[in-house]
Design a binder for this molecule. Structure first.
Ligand code: 5AD
Ligand code: SF4
Length: 439
């Protein structure tokens, strides 16, 4: 979502006469769009700010300036503290108020130290300008649309409900309109995004609450749009309607990112996840019934407070039971203001590290197996860009794997059947074939 937000901020500032600088040395304004999800991500920002403060000092000596804006969830969580920790920061703006950037910049220029961390998500979507055709085209054939923001789930490890605010869904029509513009400018794949995207319930023109699959139905009607995806989903909001859509909507990619976090019912309860391992496995089974080739990916946290060796083994057992196409995995990071951070039974760093290594080995082996099983199959690849080597182009399989083939740039933006001939650690290679014998 930070990628999407950065694009929207760029579009907004373009209206004010700004253009994107290729190099930092050329920039008069730097916006750091920050992440607060784990401590490591949040702390990185201060070393980056230290570096920018040096640049500012050098510029000042030359009679020039560089304005420094901190946006995103660190801005939201720390507010004015960011400016106190780093005096060179001109402006702090949260993820739900960045549509006010032009006015805030003016205030900051008048010498005010401005921190805007209002939760104004609806106002934000209503006032943000649409990107131009050229801006869309420059961003490639695969694009994001935020359809839902915020979270009401309050998992006990997570800062998102505090930084992104309460759950809201955008209305159907503005989303369809945004998609239409993207498709008209050459976009061929749209990923609908939200912290809890499958909790989406947006009003249509008649004021009816529309679920995510309703949006997919509307977007499927755009003939030139080849593929639809969505992320990130919560197991509890995986309704039968959405599951069925995987069986009936041809353009909906057979891939679901469905974080489970842990395989231990005890830990899941303490994480306030509102589901157990059985529920998760049932959802996976239903998805596979609706769409047998569907691939599942997940997020895992190891070392949540109180996690025992037995709990951890339950996570490994769930991994074995599901067979994931790919996964993200994290050491638990205590976040200020969350219930998990208050607990006295924090897990030792060394134990976290060991568990992470074991989990990584397990899910990486599954990923390699999943990739290796593609060899010999023919899958549809949406080509997105030139490849690393001359004469190569790169795209994505339905299962979000990177695929390289020899081919001309005219294929970029097209969906083509590709026979996979080899699987490397991070990508597949293949050949474009004429026959549509997908297997
Ligand atoms: N520590 C470690 N990982 C976390 N995540 C969210 N909060 C934390 C935390 N405090 C992970 C979850 C989530 C992903 C986006 O980040 O796995 O699904
Ligand atoms: Fe965070 Fe996701 Fe839980 Fe919401 S559902 S609190 S975003 S982990």
């Amino acid at each position: 979502m930070n990628v999407y937000d950065a694009a929207r901020m760029t579009d907004l500032l373009a209206q004010e006469g700004y253009a994107e600088a290729d190099r930092e040395e050329d920039a008069e304004l730097v916006v750091l769009n920050t992440c607060h999800i784990r401590e490591k991500a949040a702390e990185k920002i201060y070393s980056e700010l230290g570096r920018l403060a040096e640049i500012k000092k050098e510029r000042r000596a030359e009679g020039r300036n560089i304005e420094i804006v901190v946006a995103g969830c660190v801005a939201q969580a720390e507010g004015e503290l960011v400016m106190r920790r780093q005096r060179a920061v001109d402006l702090v703006v949260g993820p739900q108020s960045y549509h006010r950037l032009p006015a805030l910049l003016k205030e900051a220029r008048r010498g005010a130290r401005v921190a805007d961390t209002d939760f104004a998500a609806r106002e934000k979507f209503q006032t943000l300008p649409a990107p131009t055709r050229a801006q869309i085209a420059a961003r490639g054939v695969s694009a994001f649309i935020t359809v839902q923001e915020g979270c009401d789930k309050f998992c006990s490890f997570c800062v998102v409900p505090y930084t992104r605010g309460a759950e809201i869904s955008r209305k159907v029509e503005p989303v369809v309109e945004e998609a239409r513009r993207l498709v008209d400018a050459g976009v061929r794949e749209i990923t609908l995004i939200g912290q809890n995207v499958n909790a989406y319930r947006g009003e249509d023109e008649a004021g009816r609450a529309t679920p995510l699959e309703g949006l997919f139905e509307r977007l499927s009607a755009f003939e030139e749009l080849e593929r639809l995806r969505y992320t990130t989903s919560h197991p509890v909001d995986m309704t039968q309607g959405l599951i069925d859509a995987h069986g009936s909507l041809e353009k909906l990619a057979p891939f679901v990112h469905l974080p489970v976090q842990s395989g231990s019912d005890r830990v899941l309860k303490e994480m306030n996840r509102r589901h157990d391992a059985r529920h998760y496995l049932d959802v996976v089974e239903k998805l596979r019934r609706a769409r047998p080739d569907i691939a599942i990916s997940s997020d895992f946290i190891v070392g949540f407070p109180g996690e025992t060796g037995e709990d951890f083994e339950a996570t490994l057992a769930l991994i074995d039971a599901v067979g994931f196409a790919s996964s993200f995995f994290f050491k638990y990071s205590p976040r200020p203001g969350t219930p998990g951070a208050e607990r006295a039974d924090q897990i030792h760093e060394e134990t976290k590290r060991d568990r992470l290594a074991r989990l990584e080995a397990r899910v990486e082996a599954q990923r390699r197996d999943f990739n290796a099983a593609m060899v010999g199959r023919t899958v549809e690849v949406l080509f997105e860009k030139r490849g690393r080597h001359h004469g190569q182009i790169a795209g994505k399989s339905p299962y979000l794997q990177a695929v390289h083939v020899d081919g001309g740039e005219r294929e970029i933006g097209r969906l083509r059947p590709v026979k996979i001939v080899a699987a490397g650690p991070n990508s597949l290679s293949g050949e474009i074939v004429e026959a549509l014998e997908l297997a």
